[in-house]
Structures are given as structure tokens and as C-alpha cells.
Design a protein around this ligand. Structure first.
Ligand code: MN
Ligand code: MN
Length: 469
């Protein structure tokens, strides 16, 4: 008798963090796998911030959204989007209440760590042609060698002509790589510290080896590569000056594990949350408050630039909503922000059993335990954190509970082990209530990140419920 009472009491009083797959209904399991397949398709097509903006815009148009510029007036239920310089995107569904009574915003970032070309990239070294690079975001450089890379880019000519490059994503395409040293000769290299195992200036991408046929000129392999680029894209060497060319893993995202319960793939930080935020807003019709989905660039390099979250472009977008709903006046924007709630939808580090000592087990996010709620980030004494007030945490718990969404409270790693920040700061600085809530990722910032299909789906359902709250 007492034993059973204990079991009952424990069930009632403990915060028992069950594996999400336990006690799951067959139809939810099917919905999870279906959603994961759609997500895999999306991230395989969208490896860069420009591709996220482009492909997300297409999905929005298919689902009844139109360009904000096409609308003179906005009314409850209207669905609009704004693409900022092809690199970031805001989408909104106008609510029943006036815009100045506050917004429900979900913001994820569309950029991921990668290898960018320098502006004078092409050179020849002993009959091989290579590209000089400068990596983007926080990477462990050694992870980016000896894997197939694809080339995604935009070159703009002085006359405004735009040239899109995408090589290495199709099966029949050629690919690229950064070659590491063979172990037989790596004695000296292996004595380096891991962080210097591959150094920034060693991240050179191999692009060719055939010399141009005229033996009277020098740098014939480089010349041949430029000839190929000229034939295919009309480029000359100086055109790299006005280019943004990104090398990303050419591998496809796919199901992971014998039970296919996880997804392995590049750029899940933060495309997992981008997709959940985007899919969520497609299910919103006439919400109480105006719902906004933000897919923002430049998170990985500190939120700056006109396409980053520090830019006032978001304010301009909200001002336009105020204008077009006939709701604007001198301090309407500030008032709107002060009454708004934001989910900063970014991934969190998932517990990795290979490095158990790095995490504090009670407070680390775990795969299959649901969408995360991160009250604070920051480093060493929460420094630099935008801590969500507990009232806001309670509000989000209520929304998730009512929607039957499984969530877990998490913090990045052990105290003083490191840390990180998110775009939550940018919203807090605007006077908006903001809380981080996202998806656990193992192997974050690597060329092959890992998520749980269960968690992906919880975020989607949770974000949908938040927009509608
Ligand atoms: Mn992130
Ligand atoms: Mn990141």
C-alpha cells in the first residue's frame, strides 16, 4: 500500500522528464515522421541565408501570403511578408486586436557557420588551383576538412547583373574539399593544440588541377579555372571583389539511427527553428494578436548589418503594419514593442554522452525531451544574458501545456564552462518581453548536426500555439 502511495506521490510531485517517444500515440508518431521528412527536404534545398529567404518566400506565397508592398490596407487575417535584401524575411498574420496592443513574434536565424571566400580568393600553388577563405561563425576548423563541399554564391557585376552559383548539390555535380595532412606525415601537426590543428589560413579549397594548354604563360591552372568561370558565368577575376561565395557541406541531411528517430545534417542551427517557426505561422488564420515570424541573417557573427537583428529594418516592418492597419501615431511603435512577446527560437546544446563531464546533467537539454525553455544564457555569472522574467516563463509553460507540447528547461553547459548569446538581446533592447525556446542539437556548428524528430515536431506545435495565444 505504502509503496503504491509513494509511486503516486512521486508522479505528482517530481518533474519527471520522460523520453518523448514513451506513451506516444501511433498517429502522433506518424505526424512526427511526416513532418521530419518535409523538414529534411526544406533544409536540403536551403543551405544559405539567401536560399532560406527565397524558399521560405515561395512556401508563404503558396499558403496565401503576399508581399507587404502589394497591400494598401491591412485587416485581421491578412497575411503578408517582407524580404529584406534577399537575406532575411519577416512574415505576419494580422490579428483581431490592434497592432499596438502587442505582437506575438517568433524569431529564428537563417545563417549557419560555413566557409566564405575571401575577395581575392583564387591562386595557384605548384599546379593546383585553390581558393583562400575566411570562415564564418564559430567552427572547429578541423571538422571542415576532407568532406565534400558545395559552392553557393552570388556575384554582382558593376552594371547590376546578378549571377547565382550553386555547384555540388546535385548527384551529378562536381564537389570541392579542403585537404588535411595525411597521418603518416602529421607528427608535427598532431602536437598542435586541437584548436590549431587546422588554422584559418590552411582552410584553402581545392578547385582544379588542369593547366591551360598554352605552355608559354605562367599560372596555367589558375588561368584554366578562370576560363571555365568565364565560359559558364561570364566572370573575370575582379568580379570576386563583389561576390558572396559560401562553401557548405555537400552532404544531404537524412534520417539518423537504426530507428530513424533523429535527423543528421548541416545547418540545423538554426534552420530547425526556422522551419518550425515558418510551418507554425502557416496554420494561423485570424489570431487574437498579430503574429510575426522572423527569419534573420547574421546571428552567427553578432547580429549586425542591415540584414541582422540589430538593424532597424524590423522596426520599419512593424511601422508599416501600424500604418496599413490605420493604427499609427507618434509613439505607436514603442507602445507596440512594450506590449509584445517574443520567442527567440534558437537551438540549444543537447547532452552528448561522449563528453558527459561538460554538462550539468540536471539542467542540460536532452534529445527527445521536447522543446527547450532557456530562461537565461550568458557566460560567467550570466554576464551578457537577457534573462526572461519568471512571469514570462509561466506564460509560455501555460501555452505549451494547453497545446500538449512537451518542453524541458535547459542551460547551455556547466557554470563557467563557456556560453553563448542569442538574438534575444536585440528584442529586449527594444523593450519586448523575450524568451529563448528552441530545439536541442548535438554536435552544434559541425558539418553534420543532430536533432531528434520528436523535438522538431514539439517546437512546431509549440510555436503554432504561441502565435495563436
Ligand atoms: Mn543558433
Ligand atoms: Mn549557432
Amino acid at each position: 500500500m505504502e509503496e503504491q502511495e509513494g509511486k503516486y506521490l512521486k508522479e505528482k510531485l517530481f518533474n519527471i522528464k520522460r523520453n518523448g517517444w514513451d506513451r506516444i500515440k501511433e498517429e502522433e508518431k506518424e505526424a512526427i515522421y511526416k513532418y521530419a521528412n518535409e523538414y529534411i527536404y526544406y533544409i536540403n534545398k536551403s543551405k544559405t541565408e539567401k536560399e532560406i529567404a527565397e524558399n521560405s518566400k515561395e512556401i508563404l506565397i503558396k499558403n496565401g501570403f503576399c508581399d507587404l508592398a502589394e497591400k494598401e490596407e491591412l485587416h485581421p487575417g491578412d497575411k503578408v511578408f517582407f524580404v529584406n535584401k534577399r537575406r532575411s524575411l519577416f512574415a505576419a498574420v494580422i490579428g483581431e486586436e490592434n497592432v499596438d496592443s502587442g505582437l506575438n513574434v517568433i524569431a529564428a536565424h537563417s545563417d549557419s557557420p560555413r566557409i566564405d571566400l575571401k575577395q581575392n580568393p583564387l591562386y595557384e600553388d605548384d599546379d593546383l588551383a585553390l581558393f583562400k577563405t575566411h570562415y564564418y561563425g564559430g567552427i572547429k576548423k578541423y571538422q571542415w576538412t576532407n568532406i565534400p563541399l558545395s559552392m553557393h554564391g552570388l556575384v554582382v557585376k558593376p552594371d547590376g547583373e546578378r549571377i547565382n552559383i550553386n555547384i555540388g548539390e546535385n548527384e551529378e555535380d562536381t564537389v570541392f574539399t579542403i585537404s588535411d595532412l595525411l597521418p603518416h606525415l602529421a607528427g608535427e601537426q598532431l602536437e598542435r593544440k586541437l584548436k590549431d590543428g587546422i588554422q584559418g589560413e590552411e582552410l584553402n579549397v581545392l578547385v582544379g588541377s588542369i593547366p591551360y594548354s598554352d605552355e608559354t604563360v605562367t599560372e596555367r591552372v589558375k588561368l584554366n579555372i578562370l576560363k571555365l568561370l568565364n565560359e559558364k558565368y561570364g566572370l573575370t577575376e575582379i568580379d570576386f571583389t563583389s561576390s558572396e561565395i559560401e562553401f557548405v557541406p555537400a552532404m544531404k541531411a537524412r534520417s539518423l539511427g537504426l530507428d530513424a528517430s533523429m535527423v543528421g545534417g548541416y545547418g540545423q542551427d538554426d534552420k530547425a527553428c526556422c522551419y518550425a517557426a515558418l510551418r507554425g505561422i502557416l496554420n494561423v488564420f485570424i489570431p487574437r494578436r498579430t503574429a510575426i515570424c522572423v527569419l534573420i541573417d547574421k546571428e552567427e557573427v553578432g547580429f549586425n548589418g542591415t540584414t541582422g537583428m540589430n538593424s532597424r529594418l524590423f522596426d520599419t516592418f512593424v511601422s508599416e503594419l501600424l500604418n496599413k492597419t490605420g493604427n499609427n501615431y507618434p509613439n505607436a511603435l514603442e507602445r507596440t514593442f512594450s506590449k509584445s512577446v517574443v520567442i527567440s527560437a534558437d537551438v540549444d546544446a543537447a547532452y552528448n554522452p561522449n563528453f558527459a563531464q561538460t554538462y550539468e546533467k540536471n539542467n542540460v537539454a536532452k534529445l527527445n525531451k521536447g522543446v527547450t525553455i532557456v530562461k537565461y544564457g550568458g557566460v560567467r555569472g550570466k554576464s551578457g544574458a537577457s534573462e526572461a522574467p519568471c512571469e514570462l516563463v509561466a506564460n509560455l509553460r501555460n501555452i505549451y501545456d494547453k497545446a500538449g507540447v512537451k518542453y524541458q528547461s535547459s542551460e547551455l553547459g556547466k557554470v563557467d564552462k563557456g556560453g553563448g548569446g542569442t538574438i534575444s538581446l536585440c528584442f529586449a533592447n527594444r523593450g519586448m518581453d523575450v524568451i529563448d525556446s528552441g530545439i536541442p542539437v548535438m554536435g552544434m556548428h559541425s558539418p553534420f548536426e543532430i536533432t531528434s524528430k520528436y523535438d522538431l515536431y514539439q517546437a512546431y506545435k509549440g510555436y503554432e500555439a504561441f502565435y495563436k495565444s
